[in-house]
Design a binder for this molecule. Structure first.
Ligand code: IPE
Ligand code: IPE
Ligand code: MG
Length: 261
């Protein structure tokens, strides 16, 4: 969406936008870099945390829309490894918000049949946040309508480091044969296993970088960048991103398809 080709849909209602989607061509796995909360707040003269708080409503709407459309996996970047370098005040406000979200939203996740899982180095999170992460994971582990994966204290390079370390241990103990290591093996050691790679990545707030998110998994993902700030990214924006995704031709290195689109 860098050049907003879908903006000629401004006059269309949400229902009309939904009607433009081809159900069988929807992404199976959507990943999101939820960026721009701070700027959203600053534009309103509010503290940055107000933007993070408002951003939770966007998360909620996105979960609902995935459930409605039958998208089975949603992975959202909530806190990066590099975000530990933010002022302690913002970090603790974010952690409080996370705990508040998990403790209050758990019931609704269960009701909606959403399986919650956190990926990243959780051991770095404050104990109370770790508690709510584990509790929510346990209580939703059996649910299967939507896999909601939240990247917390996550870094794509750290994920690869962790995978390599575990693989080396398994080679040492004999559970893994070094000569048999291939791409499928590596995939199995990543935090995201057994999810398929994301078909679509959305990044809000106009930044056009990956910021250490899912480095391995994004190899052939369609990237969608939008200037909309995360707290303003609601159902309509998500529908526009999905329409844009469906207009792309995914080639995976092959020659252009001869099938007319
Ligand atoms: C994204 O919003 C949320 C987190 C990184 C936790 P930002 O906080 O990065 O907002 P901007 O980019 O400063 O506007
Ligand atoms: C990426 O956003 C991380 C999350 C959305 C959680 P940042 O705002 O931290 O990324 P940079 O610093 O702009 O690359
Ligand atoms: Mg940012």
């Amino acid at each position: 969406m860098s050049h907003h080709p879908a903006s000629n849909f401004d006059h269309l209602s949400e229902g009309e936008l939904t009607a433009k989607l081809e159900p069988e061509l929807l992404p199976k796995h959507v990943a999101v870099i939820m960026d721009g909360n701070g700027r959203w707040a600053e534009l309103r003269g509010l503290p940055r945390i107000a933007g993070h708080r408002e951003g939770i409503n966007s998360v909620r709407e996105m979960i609902t829309l995935c459930l409605e459309l039958g998208i089975r996996a949603l992975t959202i970047y909530a806190f990066s490894q590099e975000n530990w370098n933010r002022p302690t005040q913002e970090i603790s406000a974010l952690m409080e918000l996370l705990e508040h979200y998990l403790s209050t939203e758990r019931a609704s996740l269960i009701e909606q049949n959403v399986c919650f899982r956190a990926i990243g180095r959780h051991e770095l999170l404050p104990p109370s946040a770790q508690h709510w992460v584990r509790t929510t994971e346990k209580e939703t582990a059996h649910l299967d309508k939507l896999s909601l994966t939240v990247a917390l204290s996550y870094g794509g390079r750290a994920e690869i480091v962790d995978a390599v370390k575990t693989m080396m241990e398994d080679v040492q103990t004999g559970t893994l044969q070094q000569g048999l290591i291939d791409e499928t093996t590596i995939r199995q050691y990543l935090y995201t296993h057994p999810l398929p790679d994301p078909d679509l990545l959305i990044r809000t707030s106009g930044e056009t970088r990956i910021s250490n998110f899912l480095l391995w998994q994004l190899a052939y993902t369609e990237l969608c960048f939008t200037p909309t700030l995360w707290p303003d990214f609601r159902r309509r924006e998500f529908l526009l991103a999905l329409i844009e995704y469906q207009r792309r031709e995914r080639r995976f290195g092959r020659v252009p398809s001869t099938v007319p689109s």
